[in-house]
Ligand binder design. Structure first.
Ligand SMILES: Nc1ncnc2c1ncn2[C@@H]1O[C@H](COP(=O)(O)OP(=O)(O)O)[C@@H](O)[C@H]1O
Ligand SMILES: [Mg+2]
Length: 255
């Protein structure tokens, strides 16, 4: 069953004056099933962040339909959408967005605290999540004291603590070296395999995308093609992603 459905999604950024309209997304259709780990790839400026911000309810100015778990998010009131986002979606950003004044453990708890859950439940879920992501040894450290990879794993822990139906990630490995990128992607793959988490990430990094089961390519705001990993080795899927990127084109710095 699709957890996320997008029909004829278009987005214009309006500048000053009538003529100043930029078409950032142009008739995007896509569907993501529950339990998928999907990457959306495309060159810089192709509309990836714009798309993710709409899917995740951050940007509500668009035309077309976005349904999450069967509900059209454009038909929700502001409050309904805020609650839906807090309880049913998880978010991971390129720059982690952890709170500097809280330890990793405290950061991870924030969504459960905001949701007014029982202290015992908060503690047990937090500890379970810390061990799942191998953060036990650094749980009482502050973000600035740990590596980028550890910060991102804490951010992912925070994103999943409320058991969201879908997790959205924008360039989650964008600030990481290749070793940390690989740990973070393994974390996503583990979440997906063990917990059946649905993860939709945008990235221009073919290495990160190669951990996914399906890759969608966009360019100039249009959906170009998609490929699926099936039972290929990650390495073989990586090569296939590179071939498609070469076909689609894009600047040097996109690879
Ligand atoms: N707030 C905005 N106002 C006007 N144009 C924007 C705005 N945000 C993004 N754009 C433009 O939309 C296009 C897609 O941007 P973005 O979605 O950030 O691309 P990507 O994440 O793939 O690099 C780019 O050409 C960008 O300059
Ligand atoms: Mg972007």
């Amino acid at each position: 069953m699709p957890i996320l459905e997008v029909e004829s999604l278009s987005k214009e950024y309006k500048g000053k004056g009538k003529m100043n309209v930029f078409q950032a997304l142009n008739g995007i259709n896509l569907s993501v099933d529950s339990g998928e780990l999907v990457a959306i790839m495309g060159p810089s400026g192709s509309g990836k962040t714009t798309l993710l911000n709409i899917l995740s309810g951050i940007d509500t100015e668009y035309s077309g339909v976005v349904r999450i778990a069967g509900t059209s998010i454009s038909e929700m009131s502001k409050n309904e959408l805020a609650l839906f986002r807090r309880q049913r979606m998880g978010f991971v950003f390129q720059d982690y967005n952890l709170l500097d004044s809280l330890t990793l453990r405290e950061n991870i708890m924030v969504p459960m605290v905001l949701d007014d859950q029982e202290v015992e439940d908060i503690n047990s879920r937090t500890d379970e999540t810390l061990s799942l992501f191998d953060l036990g040894e650094v749980k009482d450290k502050y973000p600035y004291m740990v590596s980028g990879g550890q910060q991102q794993r804490a951010a992912i822990s925070r994103a999943i603590i409320n058991g969201p139906e879908v997790i959205f990630a924008d360039e989650p490995t964008g600030n990481l070296d290749s070793k940390s990128s690989s740990t973070v992607m393994k974390t996503f793959a583990k979440l997906n395999a063990l917990k059946g988490a649905t993860i939709v990430m945008v990235t221009h990094d073919p290495f990160a995308a190669s951990y996914c089961n399906r890759v969608l390519f966009i360019k100039d705001g249009k959906m170009l093609l998609e490929i699926t990993r099936e039972n290929k080795e990650r390495r073989a899927f990586f090569d296939r992603i590179l071939e498609n990127l070469a076909f689609i084109g894009g600047g040097e710095d996109d690879l």
